[in-house]
Design a protein around this ligand. Structure first.
Ligand code: FES
Length: 190
């Protein structure tokens, strides 16, 4: 009895009406519509995925991966920020520079070991920079004295701006072995 009823239900049309006409919607029609909506949804999802993929390619083209390095020129406070006889490590991490103040001058020393480019550590107690990679040692002024480093650390251009700020410019280097440490741009007289 119930089987018959369900058979009847399946085969019998669902009748709906509006003001103008009477429409018959069968179960098959409903299934077709459901399939249609499902495939439309899948189609849209695929379309959006493709557009997003191309969009990301276009963005990568317009904004390629760029390595943003720290600025090559930076302000490093004023002369009074540095203590005579000390090595300042304030700009070591960000700019790769030690600021060294002596009695009568101040200079910017590169933190790159001249052997294979590691970063030495300033050891205040021993007044030297010691490279952890192969043991090179440099005096406070940057001159190498032990280990495989073939030459002193390099210095960067350092000047005073009109407002008294120290400006370090890493685009210009000075090498002691070339006699460049006597260049007036390689230090500031204080
Ligand atoms: S890189 Fe500094 S000693 Fe080798």
């Amino acid at each position: 009895m119930s089987e018959n009823n369900s058979e009847e239900k399946k085969d019998s049309p669902v009748i709906s009406s509006d003001n103008s006409s009477t429409k018959e919607i069968t179960i098959d029609d409903k299934i077709d519509r459901r399939h249609f909506i499902k495939w439309i949804t899948v189609g849209w999802a695929a379309f959006i995925a493709i557009v997003a993929g191309y969009g990301s390619l276009v963005l990568r083209y317009l904004f390629p991966n760029v390595l943003f390095e720290p600025k090559q020129s930076f302000r490093a406070g004023t002369v009074d920020d540095y203590v005579i006889g000390e090595v300042s490590e304030v700009y070591k991490e960000k700019h790769g520079v030690w600021i060294v103040r002596e009695q009568d001058k101040l200079y910017a020393l590169s933190t790159i070991c001249t052997h294979l480019g590691c970063t030495p550590n300033w050891q205040a107690a021993e007044a030297k920079y010691k490279c952890p990679c192969h043991g090179s040692g440099f005096y406070k002024n940057g001159i190498n004295f032990e280990g495989p480093a073939p030459r002193p650390l390099e210095r960067f251009k350092i000047t005073l701006s009109d407002d008294g700020s120290i400006v370090v410019d890493k685009t210009k280097k000075f090498q002691q072995e070339k006699g460049e440490w006597s260049d007036p741009e390689s230090f500031i007289l204080v």
